[in-house]
Every structure is written in C-alpha cells, then in structure tokens.
Ligand binder design. Structure first.
Ligand code: ATP
Ligand code: MG
Ligand code: MG
Length: 355
C-alpha cells in the first residue's frame, strides 16, 4: 500500500481519504494545528487540501518534505496579487484589478475600475469572507488595515458563474470535467449543476485557460478555475490548487471523482478522461443541522462532514445523479420540505437548470 499525506484534515482531506480506499492508497490527512511528528517516509508523496497554512510543527514537517507535490504553486495562488499577476502574464481574461497600495484611495479605485469596486484580502479569504465593497464614489473609503493587504477588482456584471475542474499528470497530460454551473449567494457556493448542454460551447475556452495555467505552473493534480460568464466569454475569477467544492458532483456523476483524479495524479497512476453520466446536481449544506430524512429521498447521496454546525459554515452536501432531469426535479421537490426555507432559492435555481 502506498501512503499519501495531506496537509489539512477538513472535509476535502476526508473525501480524499475516502477516494483512496478502492485504490489501496492510504491517505493520511494531517491537522494543520497538530504538534505531533509524523512518520513520513522519503518516497511518500505530500499534497494539500488548502492553499495556505499556519506555521505549526505539522505544517513545517510536511512542507519540508522533498516530495511535496506543487509546493511552489501554493504561495503563488494563495496570494491574490501573485495569482492575478500570473493570469495577466499569461494573457488570460480576468476582472480588471489593481493592488491596493499604501497611498491608494477609494477615489482612485473608482476612477480606474468603475463605480462598483470589490476589495479582496490578498490572503486568507474564502466563502466570501475577506471582501469589502466600495459601492458609491465619494462615500466610501478603504478600511485602514486593507492597504497593502488587498487587491481591488472591477465589479463584473456577469450572466452567471461557472467553474472548470481539471487534472494534470506529471507527464503533462491534462483532462477536464465538463463546466459546472454554480450559484453563489453572498460569496458562498450553494449549489452546482453539471454537465449542461447549453454550456458546451464554452468548454474549449475553459480548458484552454486552465490548461495554460496548469502547464505554466508545471502543476500535478486537480485544479479548479472559477469563472464569470459574460455573454459568450469567460473571465477568470479565481483559482484553487486543489479539489474544489464545485467539483463535488463528480462523486455521483463521473466514473472517476475529482478526489480520485487528484490522488491518481499525485501517486503517478494513469489519468484518463473521466466519463460523465447524466446531469448531476449538488446542494451545499451550510449552517444546517443534519436531518436523516434526507436519506429517504430517492437518489440522494449525502456527505456529512461531522463538523459543529455554525451559521455560514459548510457542513455537508447532497449529490444527485439520476436517470432523467424529471427524476432529479422530483427528488429536489421531495428534498425541499426537509430543508430550512432559505433553501428554496437554490432548489428553484437547480430545477430551472433542468428545464
Ligand atoms: P471561495 O469560497 O470560492 O474561495 P472567495 O471568498 O475566495 O470564495 P471569490 O470567489 O473571489 O471569493 O468571490 C466570492 C464571490 O463573490 C464570487 O463567487 C462572486 O459571486 C462574487 N464576486 C467575486 N469577484 C467579483 C467581481 N469582480 N465582480 C462581481 N462579483 C464578484
Ligand atoms: Mg477563494
Ligand atoms: Mg471563489
């Protein structure tokens, strides 16, 4: 049995571990706060389920291991300044942006980027945390401790949000899942659907963009690229050098999930184009208590992360990949009364994608 260490022991690490079992890969997620020493062997690979980490005994040990896959990529993508600079360097489309420097004012940002400007902390933000809107020229200011610590982006009046999850082997071969349509509300992903025939014409563009990035970084494993669709064009929103929430549907909807794909790449096992079944949908469970009745809904595949439930915290997800769109809609109808009323928005949105 070969062993793969994962820096981070959240739900992504747990789902990597789950995906390793059929391949007899022993996946060992490591809590980033741990003060233990781990028995890493020189030939064992190390990967990560997060793009940045605090300096602890555990992260120091793992990050110092010679077989830490993609080690150089993490600092580049974990800082929005270097990430956006890379996207620009490669000539890929992204929301116009600039660094918030010591002497940058809100006025200058409005002048250069427009009426609505989104400040994003360079590091540490997720699920929409670490963002600050400048909405009204003349009325708003950059918060004091955001100078040098943030980038400013033009607000994009996008049609919808989507992502592509790709994989690259050590030999440079790349494969991609079909584009995933995503609903984010207040910066947090609530639901996804893939594949959708109406997005197929954007697939080649998405693959070219993510493929260019992965090749430039000489990346190995799964990477996700979040995009805005504006008409027939994609703008890159952000990149994640890891398995990604918008790829969770692949657990139900593809013969190789994103978790297995990542492990195969890291373990230098063969990669192939995953085959994808019917349209899958994923409902994220955010700040919601577990309800075992979800399991009575035909086709529901529940992943419950076993975390304390707190408002705004991702605590699980439910995948569906059924024979027909009608069956999926019927399942969502059955699920609706078993979820808090605020899920109506995402369930309606998912149903509307299946018309
Ligand atoms: P994640 O949890 O996906 O890592 P995050 O906190 O890192 O999210 P982003 O993905 O950069 O943040 O932004 C969160 C959401 O905010 C996006 O999905 C989108 O809905 C909105 N958003 C981000 N950038 C822009 C922009 N330039 N214009 C308009 N909306 C934006
Ligand atoms: Mg992010
Ligand atoms: Mg995002």
């Amino acid at each position: 049995m070969s062993r793969i260490w994962v820096l981070g022991a959240g739900q992504l690490g747990q789902m990597l571990k789950h995906a390793g079992m059929p391949l007899d890969l022993e996946v060992c997620p490591v809590d980033i706060e741990s003060e233990e020493t781990f028995p890493l062997q020189p030939h064992e690979q190390v990967t990560a389920e997060r793009e940045q980490w605090p300096d602890t005994a555990a992260t120091r040990q793992l990050a110092a291991h010679p077989a830490f896959v993609n080690l150089e990529t993490f600092p580049i993508l974990a800082d929005r300044f270097t990430q956006k600079s890379l996207i620009d360097k490669l000539g890929l489309a992204t929301a116009p942006w600039q660094l918030v420097e010591t002497d940058t004012s809100a006025e200058q940002l409005h002048q250069q980027l427009g009426e609505r400007v989104l400040l994003k902390r360079r590091t540490g933000g997720y699920d929409g945390r670490g963002q600050h809107w400048l909405r009204e020229p003349g009325l708003d200011a950059i918060p004091d401790d955001w100078h040098e610590q943030a980038i400013a982006e033009q607000a994009i009046d996008f049609d919808e949000e989507m992502s592509v999850v790709g994989m690259r082997g050590a030999d440079g071969q790349c494969f991609f899942y079909p584009l995933t349509l995503n609903l984010h509300v207040n910066g947090i992903l609530l639901g996804s659907a893939a594949p959708l025939a109406r997005l197929a014409h954007l697939q080649a563009e998405a693959e070219r963009m993510l493929g260019t990035l992965m090749n430039d970084l000489d990346y190995v494993g799964v990477m996700a690229m979040e995009c805005f669709r504006v008409g027939d064009h994609l703008l890159i929103n952000e990149l994640a050098p890891r398995v990604h929430n918008s790829g969770h549907w692949t657990q139900a909807g593809a013969n190789i999930s994103q978790f297995e794909a990542h492990l195969r790449a890291v373990a230098k096992l063969p990669l192939v184009q995953p085959t994808v079944k019917n349209t899958s949908v994923m409902v994220n469970l955010v700040g919601t208590e577990r309800n075992d009745a979800w399991l009575s809904v035909p086709g529901a595949e529940l992943y419950w992360y076993g975390k304390d439930v707190r408002p705004g915290r991702k605590v699980g997800h439910i995948n569906f990949c059924l024979d027909s769109h009608a069956d999926t809609k019927a399942a969502l109808d059955q699920l609706q009364p078993l979820l808090p009323v605020n899920y109506v928005q995402v369930l309606n949105w998912l149903r509307s994608q299946l018309d």
